[in-house]
Design a protein around this ligand. Structure first.
Ligand code: SF4
Ligand code: SF4
Length: 259
């Protein structure tokens, strides 16, 4: 596959609004196995050769208000933008470059309640981001990027174009500061000597069900407290938001459990 095609695909993705664009081979799932074969793209779509990952930022001073409608609207908007970009890039690959292509929508579940019994996603964009060199998997299980730390959302497009993969990052971007471990309101994380924290995903999911019932979700605190990311640079010398500002944003538009 010529560099020219890769450039065309990346230019198109950026023109659609993607801030980060990376690519890996579907062989990465087999070469560096983290998930069971059931999840490998090639075992779902046998013609697949490459996975293109698109990333867009979530803005820290809005996540600071979590749980709130301000953060929920940000989250919902980012999902909408990602699915639209993925649809349009897939359409470009199919109709203009003549390739086979599909996209894995960014969340792909009907409702958070449906994840309590099995909190796994059909496809992990975090893993695709890791294999494609967009970032590395942090102790919090989020993808940590140099640009936005874990404050980003991703979507993945799968194509039969054999696009030259971007190299996986050699340096782990997680600095093991334990801020996510300490800040998690449900104490989901535990140190067990593994490469990342052990995570009680069912407890995290049940907390999200509670937040959804209160009409302001998701949680996002483990993303919010992570100190990694150039996106935080403009806020280093002053608070990102006031305490009163957080209370204000949480007070309107939904009903916290205490009410
Ligand atoms: S999303 Fe919230 S509850 Fe879940 S692990 Fe992160 S901080 Fe904990
Ligand atoms: S908060 Fe600290 S320990 Fe948690 S993912 Fe970020 S850098 Fe790693």
């Amino acid at each position: 596959m010529s560099d020219d095609v890769k450039q065309k695909v990346y230019d198109k993705a950026r023109s659609l609004g993607a801030n980060l664009v990376n690519c890996c081979s579907v062989c990465a799932w087999e070469e560096v196995p983290i998930q069971e074969p059931e999840f490998w793209p090639k075992n779902i779509w046998p013609w697949a050769e490459s996975v293109i990952v698109l990333g867009i930022p979530l803005f820290a001073p809005m996540i600071d208000t979590t749980p709130s409608m301000v953060y929920q609207e940000l989250y919902d908007t980012s999902n909408r933008v990602l699915d639209e970009m993925a649809y349009r890039l897939t359409s470009y690959l199919v109709t203009e470059l003549g390739s086979r292509a599909v996209f894995f929508p960014r969340d792909c579940y009907y409702g958070i309640d449906d994840l309590v019994a099995d909190p796994r996603a059909a496809f992990s964009h975090v893993l695709a981001g890791h294999y494609s060199g967009m970032g590395t998997i942090g102790d919090s299980h989020n993808l940590i990027t140099a640009e936005f730390g874990p404050r980003l959302r991703m979507v993945s497009i799968i194509t039969d174009l054999p696009i030259e993969p971007d190299p996986m990052l050699e340096k782990n971007l997680c600095i093991h500061c334990k801020k996510c471990l300490r800040a998690c309101p449900t104490h989901c994380f535990a140190e067990d000597g593994g490469p990342v924290y052990a995570m009680d995903k069912v407890t995290c999911t049940k907390y999200h069900v509670q937040l959804k019932n209160e009409h302001h979700w998701p949680c996002g605190i483990c993303m919010d407290v992570c100190p990694v990311g150039q996106d935080l640079k403009p806020y280093r010398k002053q608070p990102r938001i006031t305490d009163d500002g957080i209370t204000h944003c949480q007070r309107f538009g939904s009903h916290p459990a205490s009410e």
